[in-house]
Design a protein around this ligand. Structure first.
Ligand SMILES: NC(=O)C1=CN([C@@H]2O[C@H](COP(=O)(O)OP(=O)(O)OC[C@H]3O[C@@H](n4cnc5c(N)ncnc54)[C@H](OP(=O)(O)O)[C@@H]3O)[C@@H](O)[C@H]2O)C=CC1
Ligand SMILES: CCCCCC(=O)/C=C/[C@H]1[C@H](O)CC(=O)[C@@H]1CCCCCCC(=O)O
Length: 329
């Protein structure tokens, strides 16, 4: 019998999550049935969606949602061999049982030089979000000027570098000087710390006096209200995330987007990356190739120890992470 350690949602979040909202439990897993596999989490992903989606889909006492790179430790399913690694949606747990349907084996061959945790970041869901958001929603073309916020994070770093590959001028915003320096190092044309610029409006105008063709929005709220007013005619806006709003106790009013959208004839579209699940392989293959060629650089922010999962989650939500936030078991 395997005993799994599991982080549960003890109390629904009220505003920003607190340590007391989580509870660590021990659960005895049943024996494997035919077709099932037992997995041990190796790396757990920390993602912003866990904040709004847990509110929407979890009951108090449920296991916290999330994905991991996990190793198969026992198998009664001929497709999955002991020792293989897979990306799974097992939640915040040390061990779990799967019938194999939700498992994605890592793209093969996986280069020995790359950490397998990248399958949760640049060569995983966040990388695919950047890829499809940029090519399908922003529809970038060479010469476009692109703005991305939360630019030093899992999605943002890939957005900026892909846009450079696509021949764009890229402007990125992030919440610390260290992050800004990194953005410049990986090829962003302009980058600034949105927390320390006196006026966001002026900083955006200085970075691109002629305005923006594309805006990849990870933040929403007030930032978007200001950015929207600097879009060029026929600009495209990919509404990817709204992290500035996820911890609100009450929904905020505004921003009111109609006037700039009409004047500038903008196209603004929200999306969830799973829309392109049928093109997952194409996206992963392209991202893996660019990483191997050194055209996409990555940075991971790794916290060690399963017991630190809630703290790492709260840290990511407030911007402590530099690159993709990961927990190593
Ligand atoms: N639509 C989709 O299918 C998907 C959407 N997303 C969304 O993409 C966004 C980025 O996700 P991901 O790259 O994984 O996360 P990140 O790695 O970017 O981590 C979150 C970052 O958000 C920034 N942040 C937190 N609060 C604020 C705030 N009030 N204003 C501005 N920035 C803030 C912090 O960076 P800083 O220091 O710069 O403030 C923090 O590091 C999220 O909104 C997420 O929900 C992600 C995956 C799929
Ligand atoms: C207003 C909330 C916006 C959240 C945007 C975001 O970060 C979306 C992330 C999804 C990503 O595209 C693919 C995912 O796996 C994320 C959603 C995960 C949903 C899990 C839902 C589980 C459940 O409802 O039981």
């Amino acid at each position: 019998m395997v005993k799994a350690k599991v982080w549960t949602l003890k109390k629904h979040f009220q505003g920003f999550p607190k340590a007391s909202d989580f509870e660590l439990k021990e659960v005895e897993l049943p024996k494997l049935k035919d077709g099932e596999v037992l997995l041990a989490s190796v790396f757990l992903s920390l993602d912003p969606y866990m904040r709004p989606y847990s509110q929407k889909s979890l009951k108090e006492g449920d296991k916290m949602m999330g994905s991991q790179v996990a190793r198969i430790v026992e198998s009664k399913n001929p497709t999955y061999h002991i020792g293989a690694f897979a990306v799974a949606n097992g939640g915040w747990t040390t061990h779990f049982i799967s019938d194999g349907k939700d498992l994605q084996l890592l793209p093969t061959p996986w280069p020995e030089t790359l950490p397998i945790s990248l399958a949760l970041g640049t060569i995983g869901m966040p990388g695919l979000t950047a890829y499809f958001g940029l090519f399908e929603i922003c529809r970038i073309k060479p010469g476009d000027i692109l703005l991305v916020n939360s630019a030093a994070g899992a999605v943002g770093t890939v957005v900026g570098q892909l846009a450079k590959i696509g021949g764009c001028k890229v402007v990125g915003c992030a919440g610390s000087d260290k992050k800004v320096a990194y953005l410049k190092q990986i090829g962003f044309d302009e980058a600034f710390n949105y927390k320390t610029v006196g006026s966001l409006e002026e900083a955006l105008r200085k970075a691109s006096p002629s305005g923006y063709d594309c805006y990849f929005d990870n933040v929403g709220g007030e930032f978007s209200d200001i950015a929207l007013r600097q879009m060029k005619k026929y600009g495209r806006i990919a509404v990817c995330g709204a992290i500035s709003l996820y911890n609100d106790k009450e929904p905020q009013k505004g921003p009111y987007v109609q006037v700039p959208m009409i004047y500038q004839e903008l196209c603004m579209e929200g999306f969830i990356v799973s829309r392109w699940n049928n093109r997952r392989e194409e996206g992963l293959k392209a991202l893996l190739k660019w990483v191997v060629e050194g055209k996409i650089k990555y940075h991971e922010d790794i916290t060690e120890g399963f017991e630190n999962m809630p703290a790492a989650f709260m840290g990511m939500l407030k911007g402590d992470n530099f690159g993709k936030a990961i927990l190593k078991m």
